[in-house]
Design a protein around this ligand. Structure first.
Ligand SMILES: O=C(O)CCC(=O)C(=O)O
Length: 302
């Protein structure tokens, strides 16, 4: 898996999250989004949000469901991030949940890399400096439900950082970040990420890809989009978790998360000098249901 990710720039892992480990999150999808029937029958009052803007279907972490929050840092997801980044100290810098519905808007995108809003810098091909993004399917995503399409790196390795959008043939655009010369070779080389629920598509921030159209009648696609980097690579950013850490959904997540999951958000690991009687007492007040034993000096020294 790791060599493929390095040569192709992405790896598609069908049903990487087994159904029984996905079900708690899937069962709570309705806390975030309308069901397919609720959207298409117009019976869900939240349906209007999704009309006309593909990005309006995105919720950001912390989500309204603790099970979905926990899934973003599921142990298999963290294992994968550590494997692909070749290091045990990974940081989750972005977590989004996304609902798309057939007919709500045009989900067909032009080929692009995501780096313009995932790093202050540009992607590096050096294995030590990679960021990994992941699409995680929460339902089955056949071709008719708009899976992302990926372009193998061997076709794009010679392309400079700018332009970043290579428009579909016949489309016109302007600006230094846009190339509208057609790029038929890139579109012909696309690999579909279609797969069953639990599929993870892991890709490097410099890998070209795009969202595609939903055509299935009364269709809905639910996914998560995660971004990981090594914790000391501070230039890889998209959000700061503290900005919403006063919300109850964050506290509910913290109360159920493991030290490893919390470390992915920036909690210092057990044994770190931050953990003192003073900070532990404060944390006990802020997060009254969090078991602080793993961070207590006596425990972590053991
Ligand atoms: O949701 C997808 O399938 C891909 C979306 C995408 O690539 C993007 O919005 O940058």
């Amino acid at each position: 898996m790791a060599p493929v990710w390095q040569t192709e720039g992405f790896v598609i892992l069908p049903a990487f999250l087994p159904a029984d480990e996905l079900s708690a999150a899937v069962d709570e999808l309705d806390l975030l989004f309308p069901s397919a029937a609720g959207f298409h029958d117009g019976t869900d009052p939240r349906a209007g949000r999704f009309i006309g803007d593909e990005f309006a279907g995105i919720d950001t972490f912390p989500f309204a469901s603790t099970a979905i929050n926990l899934l973003a840092v599921h142990q298999r997801i963290l294992d994968l991030a550590e494997l692909l980044l070749n290091d045990g100290d990974v940081h989750l810098y972005s977590a989004e949940a996304w609902a798309k519905y057939t007919g709500a808007c045009d989900y067909d995108q032009d080929l692009h890399r995501d780096y313009l809003n995932h790093t202050l810098l540009v992607p590096s091909t050096a294995p030590a400096f990679r960021q990994v993004e992941m699409f995680v399917f929460l339902n089955d995503v056949p071709e008719e439900l708009g899976p992302p399409h990926m372009v193998p790196r061997k076709l794009t390795d010679g392309l400079p950082a700018v332009p970043n959008w290579f428009l579909r043939p016949e489309r016109e655009g302007a600006g230094r970040f846009v190339d509208d010369s057609g790029s038929p070779g890139l579109y012909a080389a696309e690999v579909s990420g279609a797969g069953p629920a639990g599929t993870v598509i892991a890709f490097e921030a410099g890998t070209f890809h795009r969202g595609t159209r939903l055509t299935a009648p009364r269709g809905a696609r639910y996914s998560m989009h995660l971004g990981f980097r090594l914790s000391n690579f501070h230039w890889g950013q998209r959000t700061g978790w503290a900005a919403r850490s006063f919300e109850q959904s964050w506290t509910d997540f913290v109360h159920r998360a493991t030290p490893r999951q919390l470390q992915a958000f920036g909690f210092p690991p057990p044994g770190h000098p931050y953990w003192t009687p003073e900070t532990l007492a404060g944390m006990a007040r802020r997060y009254p249901e969090l078991d602080l034993a793993p961070w207590s000096p006596a425990d972590s020294a053991a």
